[in-house]
Design a protein around this ligand. Structure first.
Ligand code: OGA
Ligand code: NI
Length: 354
C-alpha cells in the first residue's frame, strides 16, 4: 500500500468521534435495526419500579422482598434508593470515569486491548474481533473481586483511581450481597442459597462506559439490544438518558434519577430461578450533543462454578429448563457470539441439541 493512500485511523472512538461530521459506515446499522429515536420521545418512563431499600433489615423487610420478587418476575429491571452507598461516593466514581476518558490518548492507549480474556483493558465497541457492526462506545473493563488479585493491574491515573474505585467496588458488592439474599428469599429459597450454593467463589467485574456525542445517533447504538450474561448487574448512570429496556415489545427509556442504581437480572439468575425471573433485553442509544457515562457492576459466579436451576425450584410439574454448565463455558460463548438479541440461554436449555 502506498503511503499516500493510508488514512490515519484511531483505535479509540473518543479520539475519532470529535473529528467526524458523519457516522463512519462500519457503525451504521441496517435500516431494520435502528433506534427509531423520534418514536421514543413520547414514551415516558416510569415503568421500571423504584424500590426504597430503607428498612430492609426492619419491619418493611417482607414488603420490600415482595416488591423485589415482583420486579424480577415481571420486569427483570428495577431501580433502588436508600441503598446505603453515599452520594459523595457515587459522584466521585462518575468524576473519576470522566477524568479517565479525558486523559491524553497516549496514556489511555497504554492499556488498550481487544482480547476479552484480559482482566484489565480499555477497548472500544463490544468485541472488535468478532462483530460485524461497530458500537458507539469506549469502555474500560476491570475485574474487581477478590480485589487484591486485580487492583495491582488497574490504572494509576487519575491518582486516586485504585483506592477510590476499590472502595466503590467493595460498597457495591455489599449492596449485591443484600440484594441476592433478598432475591433468594423472594424465590422461597434459603436466604443464603445464592451466596453460598450458586456462585462458587463469586466474581465481580465492572465497566466504565464512555459514549461520545454522535453526529447521527439515529444510525447506530452505544450498545445494541442484549441481555447480561452474569447473575445481576448494578448500573450507575450519569444524568444523560440513553438506557432503554424492552417491555411488552416497546423500548422504554430509563431516565436517570440522581443517586439511584438500576438493578437488572442477568442470564445466570434466569437459569437458577428456573425461568421464574427474567433476564431482559436492554440497549444504550447515544446523543447528538452530550457525552454519556455509565458504570455497570457485573456480579457473577466464579469461572468454575456449576450453574443450573436451584433444586428447590425443580419438581415433576416444573422440570429443569436448563442443563448444568460451568460459568466459564457460558461466558466464552457470550463473548464469541457477540451481542445478539437471541441470548445465549437457548444453547443451555435441557432440551437443546445444539
Ligand atoms: C451494559 C449495559 C447500559 C448502559 O454495559 O451491559 O447494558 O446504559 N449498559 O450503558
Ligand atoms: Ni447490559
Amino acid at each position: 500500500m502506498s503511503a499516500v493512500a493510508t488514512t490515519a485511523t484511531k483505535l479509540l472512538l473518543s479520539d475519532l468521534a470529535p473529528t467526524l461530521k458523519n457516522v463512519p459506515s462500519d457503525y451504521i446499522r441496517p435500516i431494520s435495526d435502528r433506534p427509531n429515536l423520534t418514536d421514543q420521545a413520547h414514551i415516558s418512563d416510569g415503568s421500571i419500579p423504584l424500590i426504597d431499600l430503607q428498612g430492609l433489615y426492619g419491619p418493611r423487610r417482607s414488603d420490600i422482598i415482595k416488591q423485589i420478587g415482583q420486579a424480577c418476575q415481571h420486569c427483570g429491571f428495577f431501580q433502588v434508593k436508600n441503598h446505603g452507598i453515599s452520594e459523595a461516593m457515587i459522584n466521585n466514581m462518575l468524576s473519576i470515569a470522566r477524568t479517565f476518558f479525558k486523559l491524553p490518548e497516549s496514556e489511555r492507549l497504554k492499556i488498550y486491548s481487544d482480547d476479552p480474556s484480559k482482566p484489565t483493558r480499555l477497548s472500544t465497541s463490544f468485541n472488535v474481533k468478532t462483530e460485524k457492526v461497530s458500537n458507539w462506545r469506549d469502555f474500560l473493563r476491570l475485574h474487581c473481586y477478590p480485589l487484591q488479585d486485580y487492583v495491582h493491574d488497574w490504572p494509576l491515573n487519575p491518582p486516586s483511581f485504585r483506592e477510590d474505585v476499590g472502595d466503590y467496588c467493595t460498597s457495591v458488592r455489599g449492596l449485591v450481597l443484600r440484594l441476592i439474599e433478598a432475591i433468594s428469599e423472594s424465590l422461597g429459597l434459603p436466604s443464603d442459597y445464592i451466596d453460598k450454593e450458586a456462585l462458587g467463589k463469586h466474581g465481580q467485574h465492572m465497566a466504565l462506559n464512555y459514549y461520545p456525542p454522535c453526529p447521527q445517533p439515529e444510525l447506530t447504538y452505544g450498545l445494541p439490544g442484549h441481555t447480561d450474561p452474569n447473575l445481576i448487574t448494578i448500573l450507575l448512570q450519569d444524568d444523560v438518558p440513553g438506557l432503554q429496556v424492552l417491555r411488552d415489545g416497546n423500548w422504554v427509556p430509563v431516565n436517570p434519577i440522581p443517586s439511584t442504581f438500576i438493578v437488572n437480572i442477568g442470564d445466570q439468575m434466569q437459569v437458577l430461578s428456573n425461568d421464574r425471573y427474567k433476564s431482559v433485553l436492554h440497549r444504550a442509544v447515544v446523543s447528538r450533543d452530550k457525552e454519556r457515562i455509565s458504570i455497570p457492576t457485573f456480579y457473577c459466579p466464579s469461572s468454575d462454578a456449576v450453574i443450573g436451576p436451584a433444586k428447590g425450584l425443580v419438581d415433576q410439574d416444573l422440570p429443569a429448563v436448563y442443563r448444568d454448565f460451568t460459568y466459564a463455558e457460558y461466558y466464552k460463548k457470550f463473548w464469541n457470539r457477540g451481542l445478539a438479541t437471541e441470548c445465549c440461554l437457548d444453547m443451555f436449555k435441557a432440551s437443546s441439541t445444539v
